[in-house]
Design a protein around this ligand. Structure first.
Ligand SMILES: Cc1ncc(COP(=O)(O)O)c(C=O)c1O
Length: 369
């Protein structure tokens, strides 16, 4: 089905960048620069500078950034890692694939980890905290870092949805021991396929991640230092991402403008809860603009009939997927969020006219309801 207001618009996105992106790809292909070449190093340098940290390591997904961050921090069998259930499953899978136990806690109204719940979940086996900066809003990192320090824990940030978001002037990914990003195509900085990176000020962690992504091999010496993975960020993707990273501040501004438009247009509807927008030291980048309503499913169906595409992140709590083998952690807020959240169209290509259509139809729905 083709929507009048699509959730994202990858074709327009490409058309706008075509000359620069095509040139970057052509350069890689014509030089034969496919694996582990200068384009990757250049992108890593740009990314580290953007976040404000010393090192960046490009990998093939946000998942692998998380997995390698945890392994690099020495997390393994018998360890507990505290995180949220209101996240993409990869956050939790990365913990499980390290042999550690995810301890799932609840979120605040802005969908970031509840620091009180987090502290209550700490046991003698806890080794790390994994806050998720969901929808482009950084967690309360002051409180989280205080908790981590009090209990001697490592902090690994899942910043997959938050590149460019800040909290008290500092960028997501730069607070903890490691920050993890995803370049899945529809992220604020998206490649033309899967990709990811981890960032850190610790060269030791960067080295471990650098080995893990390349089957354990040190490229300089040919020595295999560990059993690793084939999980490098492709050179062509890195070249494309370098082009796009230059546009990121502009795209973030655009997303914030669309979010401001939604925010204003949707004020005053009693049955609707709007997302947080800045405040308390936050600078939100709106990877997603997520509204909440108890009539979510009916609203979504109505919007779809009108040609407005929306998504639900995520419709059922993670622990209800039997195949994941997770215990029910009893998180009422997370369970409720799953019933209520609806992500409205949001991308660098969403136009004010499209946002206006969305606002009109959402308002119409509640007028009729
Ligand atoms: C919060 C969060 N964590 C982790 C990931 C995993 O990233 P990827 O899809 O690149 O593996 C994503 C991507 O969707 C995400 O949104």
């Amino acid at each position: 089905m083709s929507y009048r207001v699509p959730f994202v618009d990858p074709r327009t996105h490409y058309q706008r960048l075509k000359p620069e992106v095509d040139a970057a790809i052509t350069e890689c292909l014509s030089r034969g620069d496919l694996i582990f070449r200068q384009q990757l190093r250049d992108f890593e340098e740009m990314l580290a500078a953007f976040v404000g940290v010393k090192c960046a390591v490009g990998v093939n997904s946000g998942y692998h950034a998380l997995h390698f961050a945890l392994l690099g921090a020495g997390i393994g069998q018998g360890d507990e890692v505290v995180t949220v259930a209101h996240t993409f499953v990869a956050t939790v899978s990365a913990i499980i694939h390290c042999g550690a136990k995810p301890v799932l806690v609840d979120v605040l109204d802005d969908s970031t980890i509840d620091p009180d719940d987090l502290e209550r979940a700490i046991t003698p086996r806890t080794r790390a905290i994994l806050p998720v900066h969901l929808n482009g809003r950084v967690c309360d990192m002051d409180r989280i870092l205080q908790v981590a320090e009090r209990h001697g824990l490592v902090v690994i940030e899942d910043a997959a949805q938050a590149l460019g978001a800040t909290y008290r002037g500092k960028r997501a990914g730069g607070f903890g021991l490691v920050g993890c990003f995803s370049f899945y195509p529809f992220k604020v900085l998206g490649g033309f396929g899967d990709g990811g990176a981890l960032v850190t000020n610790d060269p030791g962690i960067a080295r471990i991640a650098g080995l893990l992504r390349y089957n354990g091999e040190d490229r300089e010496t040919g020595e295999y230092h560990c059993h690793g993975y084939t999980a490098l960020l492709d050179n062509v993707q890195a070249a494309v991402l370098s082009v796009k990273l230059r546009y990121l501040p502009r795209w973030i501004e655009h997303r914030r403008n669309i979010a401001a438009f939604y925010h204003e247009g949707l004020q005053g509807i009693r049955e609707l809860r709007l997302p947080a927008f800045d405040g308390d030291g936050h600078f939100d980048i709106f990877q997603n603009y997520v509204i909440r309503s108890q009539q979510r499913d009916a609203l979504r169906a109505y919007l779809s009939e009108q040609g407005v595409e929306t998504l639900v992140h995520w419709p059922k709590p993670m622990w209800e997927h039997a195949g994941l083998g997770l215990e029910d952690p009893g998180l009422p807020k997370t369970a409720r969020i799953c019933r209520e959240v609806l992500s409205l169209p949001m991308s660098a290509e969403t136009t004010p006219q499209q946002a206006n259509v969305v606002v009109e139809y959402v308002r119409n729905f509640f007028k009729q309801a």
